[in-house]
Design a binder for this molecule. Structure first.
Ligand code: GLY
Length: 355
């Protein structure tokens, strides 16, 4: 078990990760407090005894429907009303037990209720353990735009215990690998570890090890740039195009779209001379081990959804974080028509099996 500290000018947060993190810490975090636990219907079904024996003994357990669709204001309002009726006070603690959706919406509710109550994140998916539970971003979607309403609100504690991964469907593991490969495109040591272990990316022992590395990388970035004015933007690698496709096509999950977005953005980076083809190929090789990249027929139209991305500050340009050299991402700004035409070119090449 290891602990990563995230101390910034405004907060102090710790991430405890590794086997035993849940059992050794959660009972003490619930003791002598009024708690309010948010989870989703899938996690509740699988881990019902944990909720009955631990969380329900110190307060209410609120179950939201599983899935991305729950990241909306009516589910948020339901959580806030349930907090109020359970008698939650300012010194109470909210536990977010689930994947990225639960973490984002419960975190947002915790930041709003009484202007902020204590928050503990208990991520149960690979994606939420390596990325979304760490760093204090909370959000819901609005009018079809992802994460457009949210706050920066650091959890006091994150408990990332790999015991939860044993019940994850293979598809969920692949989603988490999307964020892990993204981190590999930002950090040389993680890149090398991925290359050395590319035959066993989905092995439980490899994942347990790399979870800590990804958390440590993210913690380092958040300490330096909590509010995303510079360095933290690197964590959005693959996400601009990934979110655009996610908004347009919807069918796949967030982690899968991150992988697809990364693939298309690597094509752009090579095409614009920022990334050497050999380095891009080594990342593409990892991506293709996890997912088949779709040759979207209407990619040119779909990618225009990127203009609605909140990371985009100029209407006429699309800002992308792309891998330049190993461990060195770079920001690339492209006029919208150029971005769309390169995306279309990539889709056409995929269609003709030329990639
Ligand atoms: N998921 C990217 C970030 O937390 O900044």
């Amino acid at each position: 078990m290891k602990t990563v500290e995230i101390n910034t000018a405004t907060c102090s947060s710790r991430v405890i990760c590794g086997e035993g993190a849940f059992n050794e810490n959660i009972p003490a975090l619930c003791r002598d407090k009024l708690t309010f636990t948010v989870t989703d219907s899938n996690v509740y079904r699988i881990y019902r005894p944990l909720f009955d024996d631990i969380f329900a003994k110190s307060g209410a357990v609120h179950v939201i429907p599983a899935g991305e669709k729950s990241k909306n204001y009516s589910v948020l309002l339901g959580i806030l009303k349930a907090m109020l009726s359970s008698g939650l006070k300012r010194n109470s603690t909210v536990f977010a037990v689930g994947g990225g959706v639960v973490g984002d919406i419960a975190g947002l509710a915790a930041s709003l209720y009484m202007r902020g109550v204590h928050l503990v994140q208990v991520p149960t998916t690979l994606l939420s353990q390596v990325d979304s539970s760490v760093g204090g971003k909370t959000a819901i979607d609005l009018c079809g735009i992802k994460n457009i309403v949210g706050t920066f609100y650091q959890p006091e504690t994150v408990i990332a215990d790999p015991m939860f991964l044993s019940t994850l469907p293979a598809r969920e593991v692949r989603c988490g690998l999307g964020e892990i490969i993204k981190t590999g495109a930002l950090n040389k040591d993680i890149y090398n570890k991925l290359q050395q272990n590319k035959e066993k990316l989905e092995d439980a022992d490899f994942l347990k090890d790399i979870i800590y590395d990804c958390i440590a990388h993210k913690a380092d970035v958040v300490i330096k740039d909590e509010r995303e004015s510079g360095l933290r933007k690197t964590l959005n690698l693959g996400h601009t195009t990934g979110h655009a496709f996610e908004l347009y096509y919807k069918r796949k999950s967030h982690g899968e779209f991150v992988l697809i977005g990364m693939y298309y953005e690597l094509y752009i980076a090579v095409r614009c001379g920022i990334c050497a083809p050999e380095y891009a190929d080594s990342l593409i090789n990892l991506i293709k081990r996890i997912i088949k990249i779709p040759a979207y027929a209407d990619a040119e139209k779909a990618c225009l959804m990127a203009a609605y991305d909140k990371k985009n500050v100029r209407a006429e340009e699309i800002s992308l974080m792309v891998p330049a050299k190993i461990g060195q991402p770079e920001e690339l700004r492209l006029p919208v028509p150029k971005y769309a035409s390169i995306i279309a070119e990539c889709a056409a090449q995929l269609k003709e099996n030329r990639l």
